[in-house]
Write a protein that binds this ligand. Structure first.
Ligand code: GLA
Length: 747
């Protein structure tokens, strides 16, 4: 049992953590503790000193030490004496913002209820969620708020969402709602977050929390390239393998905000939820509003364990369908191979080359529909351009299938070009404010996904294409953020709901298509990794990580991505050199190393390669397929911080600690310098490992035995030595030089 309800004390327990709340003497719900397990009620930590200039509840007016302005709340609300950032703010029918929530009941549940229309964490194959609802109410305003908790004991993860029910006969308006809110009393924390831009997503940043409010957010109606809905609070000494840290992840793909406040008495409050900017939601009498879900985990053993917890919860309880667990196809994507310049025959040639290389899937990217020979036109006109292909798409797919290869297609359902038949027919389906000029980005507009007619139209259209064409894979792109947020089907006083309704429309379309086609692999994409979040992973079990495939930069992007998202979800490819984004020239082997921690594939035209390069790619694919089970199912460890160490290094260790793969890249070659050291992690200290150094056979002390020039070098080390002293690795004499080691235990 992980849920314990005693009179006034409510505790959620996971294997290694305790989350504790209590009902205070006035019926308010306080947050007592989240962290390492303790064996008692933690209410003794609550402040009992009077802090001047703070208000108290009417009932407690002579007890001036008991102030809502400093108490730790489980769901801090706007109004009623708490002047810190709030997780719930509701405008009452009179127009004022003041909630006074008291506990109505606490209900243990024997199963977790689905979240209607939203992604949510669910029972896994090996572990069921335990659930509990805490019902709060503002009696006078006739508003009920339900906190839905679910606990994944083995995975050390707790999920929470917030639901508001309006029993008032008049309408109310939700102004802000955050499913994650954590109050910490007097703690010193660093905040870790992931910022970026297109071709530079999820860059790691760590900073001490100071007084005031820090806001990490997106108001782009997408989780965005610029920030990710994932925050870590870490004790200042926390590192990969030690120290306490709290991970917080929002399962939502729209505008979000992560707020951290250090208050007047040094307490820290963290909120993660829907961005209150450009959002409010009218709830009429008897209507409900369900927030997205947030996932929380605590580790006292540093970031590696925290990442494992999130990897596991996403793999077992977020992603669905066969691709959440099964092997993934190695693919070749036509984008950087051909851009918009192709016809059916050149695609068939590409397919033949793809097959010869040993890949499993050919993806025809942008340019196959309408008059789409550049990115100025045709989004919305999803009719195959037979004039360009010189054959029906069905015929092309049939021929690819006959080669023994799977076939996939790029689509961008939520978009519309001004130059399209669809726009000429249905201008009101685009998010354009009548009589105002819309913002254009990549020369395209955005479809109004808040309009159910649009969603139904897209469902009919794409389900027919997938069915008729027998597709095996879909790349679902999203190349600009919706702006203006306007829907022609909503009245003026409800336009503030468009941002969220847009996301709900997208989820509805994704749900229907992924449900109907469980054997089609859907890969998410948004100008690379602009919508890489746990909400999308519920529908699309892999996401294109970034349009930047340069091995050097990509290793940093993947580093940031790995903190929360499982490696099996990361779309990563080898592309041609000079790299199309950076012009860098990195060797084929080192590009393969950088693309390995992910789903793997190629983004190039094999016809432009030397014969020897093609043979190397064949070997790479065989090798990757051999390693994929370890990469997908093993535990992932970051061995360096590429932002500080000028090197990226990571490793996978299988669950039995018998096999491991260590990979990485030194960004700068340093002349006349000993081979550099990498300290390994996750091994069994008591086992001996045979290390095969496949890329460049050289080392000191361990003294690899070079058997002959082409055979990989081998040596034996103890797990303890490798995790304490590390191993020296030598690379080729150039910048961005990769290395890799395979380990196999001898006992
Ligand atoms: C986006 C994607 C690319 C490619 C292009 C096609 O930029 O991230 O991978 O699909 O669109 O237009």
């Amino acid at each position: 049992m992980s849920i314990h309800i005693e009179e006034n004390l409510f505790s959620l327990e996971t294997k290694n953590t305790l989350y504790q709340m209590m009902k205070d003497p006035y019926g308010q719900l306080l947050h007592l503790w989240y962290g390492k397990k303790t064996d008692q009620n933690m209410d003794y930590l609550i402040n009992s000193n009077e802090i001047n200039y703070t208000g108290v509840l009417y009932e407690s007016q002579h007890d001036r030490s008991y102030s809502n302005d400093i108490l730790p709340f489980e769901l801090p609300v706007s109004g009623h004496g708490d002047f810190r950032i709030s997780a719930l703010s509701i405008e009452l029918p009179e127009g004022s913002v003041d909630l006074d929530l008291r506990i109505k009941e606490v209900i243990p549940k024997d199963h977790k209820e689905p979240l209607n229309g939203l992604p949510y964490s669910h029972d896994g194959k090996n572990e069921k969620a335990e659930a509990m609802d805490i019902v709060l109410e503002d009696h006078q305003a006739a508003i009920e708020v339900i906190l839905h908790y679910s606990v994944f004991y083995e995975t050390d993860v707790i999920a929470r969402s917030v639901e508001v029910i309006n029993h008032n006969e008049k309408a109310i308006r939700i102004r802000r709602i955050f499913p994650i809110s954590l109050d910490f009393q007097e703690q010193k924390f660093d905040l870790i977050h992931f910022y970026g831009r297109h071709v530079m997503e999820r860059q790691f940043e760590r900073e001490p929390i100071s007084h005031g409010i820090k806001n990490i957010s997106s108001s782009r109606a997408m989780s965005s390239h610029q920030h990710n809905p994932a925050l870590i609070l870490a004790s200042p000494n926390a590192d990969e393998l030690s120290g306490s840290c709290y991970g917080n992840l929002l399962m939502y793909s729209g505008s979000f905000a992560g707020l951290v406040e250090k208050d007047q008495i040094d307490q820290i409050r963290l909120l993660l939820g829907m961005n209150p900017d450009h959002f409010s939601w009218t709830l009429k009498s008897n209507e409900r509003f369900q927030s997205p879900e947030g996932l929380m985990s605590y580790s006292e053993d540093g970031f590696s364990t925290l990442s494992h917890n999130f990897h596991h919860v996403i793999e077992d309880h977020v992603m669905r369908g066969r691709f959440a667990k099964e092997a993934k196809p190695v693919l070749l994507n036509s984008w950087e191979a051909a851009y918009f310049t192709f016809d059916g025959l050149s695609i068939l040639n590409l397919a033949r080359e793809t097959k010869e290389l040993g890949a499993d899937l050919l993806v025809l990217d942008d340019g196959w529909f309408g008059y789409r020979n550049n990115d100025y036109t045709s989004l919305g006109d999803w009719q195959v351009n037979e004039e360009k292909l010189q054959m029906p798409l069905e015929m092309l797919v049939r021929q690819v299938h006959q080669m023994g290869l799977k076939f996939g297609l790029w689509i961008e359902p939520e978009m519309i070009s001004e130059d399209s038949d669809l726009y000429r027919k249905h201008p009101e389906w685009a998010m354009v404010i009548p009589s105002r000029k819309p913002l254009v980005a990549r020369s395209q507009l955005v479809l109004d996904m808040a309009n159910p007619e649009v969603v139904n139209y897209l469902y009919d259209l794409f389900s027919k294409i997938i069915r008729d064409t027998h597709l095996d894979y879909i790349k679902w792109d999203f190349n600009r953020s919706p702006d203006p947020l306007y829907s022609s089907v909503l009245p003026a006083n409800r336009q503030s709901e468009v941002s969220h309704r847009f996301v709900l429309g997208t989820y509805n379309l994704l749900e229907r298509l992924t449900h109907e086609f469980p054997d089609v692999l859907f890969e998410g994409c948004a100008g690379g990794g602009g919508r890489f979040d746990a909400g999308m992973l519920y529908y699309t079990p892999q996401i294109w990580c970034s349009d930047d495939t340069d091995a050097h930069e990509r290793s940093k992007i993947q580093y940031g991505t790995s903190f929360f998202y499982p490696i099996r979800s990361v779309g990563s490819h080898v592309s041609a050199i000079p790299n199309h984004q950076t012009g860098r020239k990195i060797s084929l082997n080192d590009r393969k190393i950088a693309a390995s921690p992910g789903t793997f594939g190629y983004e190039l035209n094999p016809a432009e390669l030397e014969w020897s390069e093609k043979r190397d790619i064949e070997k790479q694919i065989i090798e990757y397929k051999r390693r994929q089970p370890l990469i997908f199912d093993g535990n992932y460890y970051r061995l360096s911080n590429p932002f500080e160490d000028h090197a990226a290094a990571w490793m996978f260790v299988d669950k039995n600690q018998d096999k491991a793969l260590v990979q990485g890249m030194f960004y700068r070659f340093i002349s006349n310098y000993p081979g550099r050291k990498v300290v390994l992690a996750g091994l069994d200290p008591d086992k001996k490992y045979e290390v095969t150094y496949s890329s460049f056979p050289l080392s000191s002390h361990g003294r690899f035995e070079e058997e002959n020039e082409s055979a990989p070098a081998k040596a034996i080390f103890s797990g303890q030595a490798l995790m304490t002293g590390g191993i020296r690795v030598q690379t080729s004499m150039n910048d961005d030089a990769g290395f890799e080691l395979e380990l196999e235990s001898l006992n």
